[in-house]
Design a protein around this ligand. Structure first.
Ligand code: UDX
Ligand code: UDX
Length: 460
């Protein structure tokens, strides 16, 4: 067995993770392959216009690309050359048939497993990086180690052994490189067999070059698969919990940031992930909680399923509430008014717009015939694609131009430079009364009021 590594799937997970693995393992060849040739070309672009934006990523890619990190579309060649195969292809929520709207669509994963099987010429360790329903590894093991179908060469009898491990990724976008370099923990789940133990050790060795050994946790495969879903569900639940309190704060005159600060001072709870806002977005939280709901339902755990479903419902409600409050504050009519969305990415420091609360808010505003203008330093390309079906939306790189003639600004993403903009200049260019709805509570509200703005916040 050789030490070469390939990752199938050059996305938000595969790209940064393999870049860091290559950096920290200069003696290993690391390959990243993808069926999307355009994406691979971007990873290979001479001017480093990489397909995703992530702070610090370009520097790592500059250091390792062409040294021991290679991007390509040659899946066959890579599978033949590498004995450790990570799979980071997308597993979106299934939109058809059984489990529609909840279960994961595993068709890409399964197709990838079949390709690995077709091209493999010797034993392979297959590592799940994608978040998957519990027990997927068992299904993959069955596909990989079962006899091949008609017209395929058989593995049975050929002596090729596939061992499937789960190594879920906990990195958050915007801090991916830091999270990869200094992880709280690395989780590797594998079968409790001799082959499993050897495979686990092979993957431990990759991380142990920079992660302290006590932070590399090993479990059985199912615990690892479930841990990823549960960890994301717990994080999502904290966001929904604080947002549920935010509504109460608005109704009672309490201040959610004060409440969160004091709740978080309890060592048992801790201060992180207690920021009220427009609700969570991103590719993982909603999908993973829905996955958990589906799993609970399939095992007859209906009360648990409903409990987790509440986390999603609360999140959707938060965006509806933002538009309702704006509606009331703007004299119960939004038609023909101009509203500028400041920020479209689901959080700061990323261009990613998957499940972004700003998308939901933009659509709710469009239903009210609002003239929506969107500005974002990194996410305008994705915003244009996401909202291509909406005709009355414009896109503006420059925040000052976006605000010109607007009746209101809704700050959706907490980009660091927003508080430092010239808010006097913005105020002067807007229609009066000018309103700012700061859904991230990151602007100095008192200052804005002094300028003349009407200000709305979440949870205040
Ligand atoms: C994805 C999922 O979104 C996440 O939930 C899961 O945990 C891991 O996989 P991400 O890297 O963010 O994470 O996805 P994405 O950026 O969509 O990248 C997936 C890549 O896989 C795409 O570039 C796609 O072209 C590629 N792919 C997909 C293949 O190479 N082969 C396939 O058969 C399908
Ligand atoms: C998340 C998990 O953190 C990560 O471990 C997992 O691997 C993938 O999913 P990510 O989606 O990239 O990462 O971002 P995260 O920082 O967790 O934020 C998720 C969403 O919650 C964002 O929309 C963010 O704005 C929101 N959020 C987060 C809040 O509204 N309040 C908070 O206090 C924290």
């Amino acid at each position: 067995m050789n030490r070469n590594i390939v990752c199938i799937g050059a996305g938000y997970i595969g790209g940064p993770t393999m870049a860091v693995i290559a950096k920290m393992n200069p003696d290993r060849k690391v390959m990243v392959v993808d069926i999307n040739a355009e994406r691979i070309a971007a990873w290979n672009s001479e001017d480093y216009s990489l397909p995703i934006y992530e702070p610090g990523l370009v520097d790592v890619v500059k250091e390792v690309r062409g040294r021991n990190l290679f991007f390509s579309t040659d899946i066959e060649g890579a599978v033949k050359e590498c004995d450790i195969i990570f799979v980071g292809v997308n597993t979106p929520t299934k939109m058809f048939g059984r489990g529609a709207g909840r279960a994961s669509d595993l068709q890409y994963w399964e197709a990838t497993a079949r390709e690995i099987k077709r091209f493999a010429e010797c034993d392979k360790i297959v590592v799940e990086k994608s978040t998957l329903p519990v027990r997927t590894a068992a299904a993959m093991e069955a596909i990989l180690n079962g006899g091949r179908g008609e017209g395929e060469e058989g593995t049975k009898g050929s002596g090729i052994q596939f061992t499937v491990l789960s190594n879920p990724e906990f990195l958050a976008e915007g801090t991916a490189i830091k999270d990869l370099l200094e992880p709280d923990r690395v989780l590797i789940g594998g079968p409790q067999t001799d082959a499993g133990a050897k495979a686990i050790q092979a993957v431990v060795d990759i991380y142990a070059t920079w992660v302290p050994r006590e932070r590399i946790l090993t479990t059985n495969v199912w615990s690892a698969e479930l841990t990823k879903l549960a960890a994301n569900a717990f994080l999502a639940q904290r966001v929904s919990s604080i947002n549920a309190i935010a509504g109460l704060c608005e109704a009672t005159g309490a201040d959610v940031d004060e409440v969160a600060r004091v709740i978080g001072a309890d060592g048992r709870i801790g201060p992180k992930f207690l920021k009220a806002g427009p609700g969570f977005g991103g590719s993982c939280f909603k999908k993973d909680v829905l996955n958990l709901v589906y799993l609970c339902e399939s095992f007859g755990l209906h009360t648990a399923a409903e409990y987790w479903m509440g986390v999603i419902r609360m999140n959707q409600h938060q965006q509806e509430r933002i538009v309702s409050r704006l509606f009331a504050a703007m004299f119960n009519t939004l038609a023909n008014k101009k509203i500028a969305l400041f920020g479209f990415a689901f959080k700061a420091d990323t261009g990613d717009t998957r499940e972004t609360p700003a998308g939901t808010v933009a659509r709710l505003l469009a239903e009210e015939h609002v003239r929506v203008t969107i500005t974002d330093p990194k996410a305008l390309v994705n915003a244009r694609r996401d909202l291509a079906d909406l005709s009355d939306v414009t896109y503006e790189e420059d925040e000052y131009k976006a605000a010109e003639g607007a009746d209101a600004i809704i700050l959706m993403t907490d980009w660091r430079h927003y508080p430092t903009l010239d808010w006097n200049r913005i105020y002067d260019s807007m229609r009066k009364p000018a309103l700012v709805f700061d859904t991230r509570n990151c602007l100095a509200a008192a200052e804005l009021r002094k300028i003349g703005f009407r200000v709305l916040n979440v949870g205040k």
